[in-house]
Design a protein around this ligand. Structure first.
Ligand code: BES
Ligand code: MN
Ligand code: MN
Length: 445
């Protein structure tokens, strides 16, 4: 492997600030799509297309046709999350830097580095007997609308023997994994209005309602201190994992104290205390506040009673919960819990249903074997707390969707100083190369 050349090429990809949620980066998203398209052509792909959007297209391509060989869809995303707070980065987020065998940049682990790994694993082999199909999207971090619409129009695009998604991490260093569930997501903005305009807090304070105060009270009614979410019907479809699954989690190298000390780096964990931390992270829904807007937040001091306050929130959903039902439940709960004199509105930004994947298809065995041969340990089944909106749609054609990845739990996805360990990348290129060979050797499934 020519590691120097590969690092140069990965750096080029990571330098493109393809932040999908910010319209100011539309050109950059397109540039990242073009980078992927050029790479697919270098791999000998035909029918390389940019679909569904000028600025955030799905990049689709077909590898050289190998009659009779299995078809493998490779999914990934070239978009990234916003890099702020910029001050906390050691190197600028779009100027990749290598320190201690790790490459630091936004997108290094989520997901450009992993897309790079899947593609370079193909380039490293003579020509694996697999019909590769690529779906690399540019809106994963913003709800995957473009790819959803494409798959609705052209459902045959998910017809395959298997789908490979490398957008996750090992469960722990040296412990590669395949994931049996992903949480879904319901992202919303709640706005509270209490009066026609802002008011002088001396003239009116003590008698006029305050939008921020009402919003805070509403939020504390929606979720109480013990971590319970008070939205009627919300927990209804949630099932506890089986005894066997809970027992299997106990054997994973996960320690609640280390998780608090080394990963969360806070003073205490919160949430529903009667469930283990893994159950809270993997099998229970959440309600998080992402940010509160409105009122006076500028420099200095302004004595004002704000008339309006908006909060951005999201809920993670677990198997059997449905996005559409949760949207209705949240809207109804806000209406019920806001006082009569307050106008409260809910706007839904994007979302995803949860996904559940059976991992008994033979393709999972082959991936496990590839990991075992290269890294010394096969994959273990685990669940994921994060979301990949389009996974249920990828599974809708009946092909097994293999959720795996080469990241590590401390990669700091979506946070400052995101990184990818280069050893994980080099191993990953070998692992996926071996997987392609094994899959090709196994024939159609
Ligand atoms: N790669 C992540 C999903 C992920 C992270 C899965 C960690 C498992 C473990 C993905 O890029 C992501 O961040 N998805 C968003 C989706 C959302 C914006 C619709 C997420 O989970 O917040
Ligand atoms: Mn991702
Ligand atoms: Mn992400």
């Amino acid at each position: 492997m020519d590691q120097e050349r590969l690092l140069r090429e990965l750096t080029e990809f990571l330098r493109i600030p393809s932040v999908s949620t910010l319209p100011t980066h539309n050109k950059d998203c397109r540039a990242a799509a073009e980078w992927v398209g050029a790479e697919l052509r270098r791999l000998g792909c035909h029918d390389v297309e940019f679909l569904g959007s000028e600025t955030h297209p799905v990049v689709s391509g077909k590898g050289p046709d190998v009659p009779g060989a299995p078809t493998l869809i490779i999914y990934g995303h070239y978009d990234v999350q916003p890099p702020d707070p910029l001050g906390e980065w050691t190197n600028p987020p779009f100027e990749p830097a290598i320190r201690d065998g790790k490459i630091y940049a936004r997108g290094s682990a989520d997901d450009k580095g992993q897309v790079f790994c899947l593609l370079k694993a193909i380039a490293a082999l003579p020509r694996p007997p697999v019909n590769f199909r690529f779906l690399i999207e540019g809106e994963e971090e913003f709800g995957s609308t473009v790819l959803f619409d494409l798959l609705k129009r052209e459902p045959q695009r998910v017809r395959a023997d298997a789908v490979l998604v490398a957008d996750m991490s090992y469960v722990a260093p040296e412990w590669p994994a395949v994931y049996t569930t992903l949480r879904g997501l319901c992202y919303a903005e709640i706005t509270v209005r209490t009066s026609k305009t802002d008011l002088h807090s001396g003239e009116y304070g003590g008698a006029a309602p305050n939008a921020h105060e009402e919003l805070c009270r509403l939020l504390s009614r929606l979720k109480s201190e013990d971590g319970k979410i008070n939205i009627p019907g919300f927990y209804g479809p949630v099932k506890r994992p089986s005894k066997a699954e809970l027992a299997a989690w106990k054997k994973l190298p996960f320690n609640e104290k280390d998780f608090l000390r080394k990963r969360v780096q806070a003073k205490a964990l919160v949430g529903l205390k009667k469930y283990s931390v893994l159950e809270r992270l993997w099998a229970l829904p959440t309600f998080e506040i992402h940010g509160i807007l409105g009122g006076f937040t500028g420099e200095g001091a302004k004595t004002v009673i704000p008339a309006e306050a908006t909060v951005k929130v999201s809920m993670r959903l677990v198997p059997n919960q449905k996005l559409a039902a949760v949207e209705r439940q949240l809207a109804a709960a806000v209406k019920r819990l806001a006082p009569k004199f307050v106008t409260a509105t809910v706007r839904f930004l994007h979302g995803a249903d949860p996904a559940q994947i059976e991992v008994d298809h033979p393709a999972f065995q082959l991936l496990g074997q590839a990991f075992k041969e290269v890294t010394g340990r096969a994959t273990v089944p685990a669940r994921a707390g994060g979301s990949i909106p389009v996974v249920p749609a990828l599974a809708s054609g009946g092909a097994p969707v293999i959720l795996t990845g080469i990241g590590l739990p401390d990669d700091r996805l979506h946070a400052p100083n995101e990184k990818l360990d280069l050893k994980q990348l080099w191993d990953g290129i070998e692992v996926f190369g071996r997987f392609y060979e094994l899959l090709g050797g196994a024939g159609r499934m």
